[in-house]
Ligand binder design. Structure first.
Ligand code: ADP
Length: 328
């Protein structure tokens, strides 16, 4: 069994251990058999749990955190095993490793906290402007339009956030996927340029396209991934910049890249860039209508394609994001 198990006698001496217990704690049988429980696992709460089970003559359970040889959380159940009449009962301790479940639980509650915070930020701004208008600013010809525009912008941010959250959740559940097929990259680039037309014009950004190139996958998802990367490239580029989309065949992969001449990203941020809500500059991201979810959506899309995404960047010289598709 994968759970660790030991049996202790009435003086807390270990009389049995299975292999999983030894593996979990990186011990050998010699380190364990004949030793006291507290000598082997230096957690007084465990010995106390065994004593309490013995005292109450009832099975007990407790979560314990171990830091050696690595940090792990176990659900530890302690139960009395009846022996022959007159002999003192021994106690079995079962160690069920719940570290992964705990990690997922923590991630989930962290995500819920992040989402709530991200929803609250634009909502607080909207309430503030609405209250100011109600309190009289509605008649202030010099500012009322500006306040309405701010409300409009924050509403758009909220809506973008909800769209991205829904998108992430369908990607996680792998809902709404089309069967994979040949995808003409040029067509998806056309869609991206059409979607971003207004922004490209305002910022006078030129898009450089690759030679015709075919991928194998879900066209809508490839469009989404590309849209997120090109949108970022445009957002984080100075006006008049150039965004270069490339496509090349590598040994076993097809690589689609989006390269900008923007501000770049310093090395310490790169490992966390694809995490949900991770942003180098929160205020700047929000100001541009960013949700902080774009790159984690890209990462998910590439996982669905059996591929990956990577980034290279240098401060002051720009960034290059590459989608790596397995070639057929
Ligand atoms: P956002 O909605 O904030 O753009 P993303 O998940 O798309 O969220 O990106 C995460 C962060 O990565 C951004 O907030 C930004 O700090 C950084 N980033 C992404 N793309 C670029 C880029 N092309 N140039 C510079 N920084 C970028």
């Amino acid at each position: 069994m994968r759970d660790g198990a030991i049996v202790i006698d009435d003086a807390d001496g270990i009389i049995y251990s299975n292999q999983s217990f030894l593996d979990h704690f990186s011990l050998s049988r010699g380190d364990v058999i004949g030793k006291r429980l507290l000598e082997v696992i230096r957690l007084p709460e465990l010995a106390e749990l065994a004593a309490a089970a013995r005292e109450a003559d009832t099975p007990l359970e407790k979560e314990i955190r171990v830091i050696y040889p690595e940090e792990k959380i176990f659900s530890c159940s302690v139960s009395l095993i009846e022996t022959e009449e007159g002999e003192p009962a021994v106690i079995a301790l079962i160690f069920h490793d719940i570290s992964e479940i705990k990690k997922l639980e923590n991630l989930r509650s962290e995500f819920v906290a992040n989402v709530s915070h991200e929803l609250k930020t634009p909502l607080t701004a909207i309430r503030g402007y609405v209250e100011t208008l109600i309190d009289g600013a509605i008649n202030d010809q010099a500012h009322n339009r500006e306040f309405l525009q701010k409300i409009d912008k924050n509403t758009q941010n909220l809506s973008a956030l909800i769209d991205d959250l829904l998108q992430l959740s369908s990607l996680e559940a792998r809902r709404g996927l089309e069967p994979f097929a040949e995808v003409e990259l040029g067509q998806e680039i056309d869609r991206v340029i059409e979607t971003l037309a207004g922004k490209l014009k305002t910022k006078a950004i030129m898009i450089e396209r690759p030679a015709p190139c075919r991928l194998f996958g879900d066209a809508n998802l490839i469009y989404r991934a590309l849209l997120n990367l090109v949108d970022n490239a445009v957002n984080y580029s100075p006006a008049g910049g150039k965004v270069e989309i490339g496509c090349r065949k590598a040994e076993k992969t097809m690589e689609v890249s989006v390269k900008d001449q923007g501000a770049g990203i310093s090395a310490e941020h790169l490992p966390r860039l694809f995490e949900r809500f991770y942003r180098v500059d929160k205020a700047r991201s929000r100001d541009q209508g960013g949700t902080g979810l774009g790159l984690s959506i890209v990462k998910h899309i590439m996982e669905i394609h059996g591929g990956s995404v990577r980034v290279e960047s240098e401060v002051g010289r720009g960034s290059k994001f590459t989608l790596v598709f397995p070639s057929r």
